[in-house]
Write a protein that binds this ligand. Sequence first.
Ligand code: MN
Ligand code: MN
Length: 472
Amino acid sequence: MPKKKNEKTSEASALKEKLFMKRKNTGFEMSEQDTAKADKFCEGYKSFLDTGKTEREACAEAVRLAEQAGFVPFEAGASYKPGDRVYTVNRGKAIILAIIGKKSVAEGVNIAAAHIDSPRLDLKQNPLYENEGLGYFKTHYYGGIKKYQWPTIPLALHGVIYKANGERVDVKLGEDDKDPVLVITDILPHLADEQYKRPAPKLIKGEELNILIGSRPFRDDKASEAVKLGIMCILNEKYGITEDDFVSAELECVPAYKAKDVGFDRSMIGAYGQDDRVCAYTALSAILAVKGTPDRTAVTVLTDKEEIGSEGCTGLKSSYMKFFLFDLAECFGVNGRTLLSHSKCLSADVNAAFDPTFAEPFEKLNASFAGRGVVVTKYTGARGKSGTSDASAEFVSEVRRMLDKDGVIWQTGELGKVDFGGGGTVAMYVANLDIDTIDVGVPVLSMHAPFEITAKNDVYMAYKAFRTFFKN
Ligand code: MN
Ligand code: MN
């Protein structure tokens, strides 16, 4: 009798093995060598995060790395041959890199598109004021933030100011160990009774995200606004600016700390701006790592403005990527739309990793998990798939076979339970160009927080996924 029972069990196990979906976990499936490679890869990733905390800085760093790898500025109308490496920069905030493939661009190109802007606090155009002896900057937040997460953390100021004469001044304050940092204050718990009654989105209101920037009055001044004057004197000395110049500035407040390993086992990375510089760095590294000439032309796009809906001339709702691809097609006497219609795109963006502490908004069968590989997201959107391109079964099938063939550990994902919220990526704007597109990226814990978490193994698998894509 017991024997028969065992036989039945093993038959069930065999059938299960054959018929059920096998969930992967990088911790079990990655070899020791691959884990070591992931750790090493993430050292480069961490320095990319520290070097490029804004879209402008990430773009400049991408240019530096591209030139180091032999990429040269693209010239419309020039003649190119397979293996040539080019890049083009859009207004200092977005970059497109391409390696000409063996096949004609008439057969399409392979695009990995990530974004290098992240949620942050932008200074208003007239930011500087003094209140009760304290100096402040007014801000307007950029992208989807939980406003209460931003007070009482050290902040750095990054960006550019254009002076009255048009001269550009670069600002980066709060990153050097010797630099001062800036901060937003919060009310002490003893006196927070009224604040606690506010609904969470208003716990800290938009107009309360005021950045504390000084408190010492200008020595010889007996007039009002002596603190503001003291600050303006320092800014004038350091940057040569007057208050008017804030009008033509883009100054972004971001967390002042550096990327760190997280966990006793150092298996994760904690840092600001991993959405989406984790996919930007992996997609960039993947194209830089291409040896020789790929079959199909490889393209990496690092775009701006995704966090505010891809608007503006540096976001992917604009035509800059299409114009580049048209110019590229023209170099080979190919019709631009022929190139577009045969192209494929991995929209390289993060997804929400299942959070066991906050399990409610996730549907476990379809959520992505930190440490289970790169996540392939067929659709994002909200309320009945509104605001997503929803990749076709045919394209999912192609991507699935491509990743499996090269041993990339991957998982599926969706952005939370049905009707629990939602969001989008650049996928739909690329798909609107008649390009097959699917989201492929890294699962993130605490997404859009000032300190986001990713698993190193997933970062490495994202890199492998883009490497594989550029081989095909
Ligand atoms: Mn993103
Ligand atoms: Mn985002």
